[in-house]
Design a protein around this ligand. Structure first.
Ligand SMILES: Nc1ncnc2c1ncn2[C@@H]1O[C@H](COP(=O)(O)OP(=O)(O)OP(=O)(O)O)[C@@H](O)[C@H]1O
Ligand SMILES: [Mg+2]
Length: 224
């Protein structure tokens, strides 16, 4: 069964022109699928649709459906979507809300009402995965861009989502952080997580099982 699947997705922001036209895509468990396409082609919009942010938080005319392990996203509660689909964007400042690293990582698991010991375990594991265990009590605004992005990724990992959506999360990362994040993604794939990732750079193709290109509202699979 596909972990994430888009069926015949068409979308426009209000009265504007159609941005996405009958877009089909799928990601299987353990697969990393890269989405490429020119600026303005709708990659971020498709990430928002795949993660349920559209139509929950942004409106527009949406047709078709997104399936999460066969279940339509719109039939799931927000809590179930958040638990299963983690999303990471380009700018970590838009995703970090708390003064310290520990508070940031605790927020998601606390919202899932997990027991205290489980929350502590998940924070420790997630920090270890992004090689930032010694930063647990640090204030997030003292971190570099790359470190912030690793913390934003750790906050997503602490929820143990089955699907991970990354929208240009690699851009602007320094070499060290890029290597660490790539290592995390390889491990997550081995654990069976499905990864849907917007990246135009050639250097990330090594992570991918398949590549799609979005252009003029249409999606097509590109030969690797
Ligand atoms: N909330 C919004 N309301 C109206 N139009 C929007 C909104 N968000 C994006 N758009 C428009 O939709 C189009 C696609 O935007 P989107 O951000 O999805 O493209 P993208 O492929 O991610 O581009 P980039 O490579 O620059 O990140 C653009 O023309 C953009 O101006
Ligand atoms: Mg974008």
């Amino acid at each position: 069964m596909n972990a994430l699947e888009g069926r015949q997705i068409s979308f426009s922001y209000g009265r504007g022109k159609t941005l996405l036209s009958q877009v089909d895509f799928y990601v299987q468990p353990g697969e990393c699928v890269i989405l490429q396409g020119p600026s303005g082609s709708g990659k971020t919009t498709l990430c928002h649709i795949a993660g349920g942010i559209i139509p929950r938080s942004f409106s527009g005319d949406l047709e078709g459906e997104v399936l999460l392990f066969g279940t339509p996203l719109h039939s799931l509660s927000l809590a179930d979507v958040v638990k299963n689909v983690g999303i990471l964007f380009q700018n970590p400042d838009s995703q970090l809300f708390f003064p310290t690293v520990e508070d940031e990582l605790a927020f998601g698991p606390e919202n899932l009402c997990l027991p205290r010991e489980e929350i502590a375990l998940r924070i420790a594991e997630a920090l270890d995965a992004v090689e930032m265990s010694s930063f647990r009590l640090v204030e997030t605004d003292t971190l570099s861009h790359g470190q912030k992005q690793r913390i934003a990724l750790a906050a997503v990992l602490a929820l143990r989502p089955r699907v991970l959506i990354l929208d240009e999360a690699f851009s602007q990362l320094d070499t060290a952080s890029t290597a660490i994040v790539k290592g995390v993604l390889r491990r997550q794939k081995e654990l069976g997580q499905a990864i849907f990732m917007v990246e135009n750079g050639e250097e990330h193709l090594e992570l991918a099982e398949r590549v799609y290109e979005l252009q003029g509202g249409q999606i097509r699979e590109v030969a690797l």
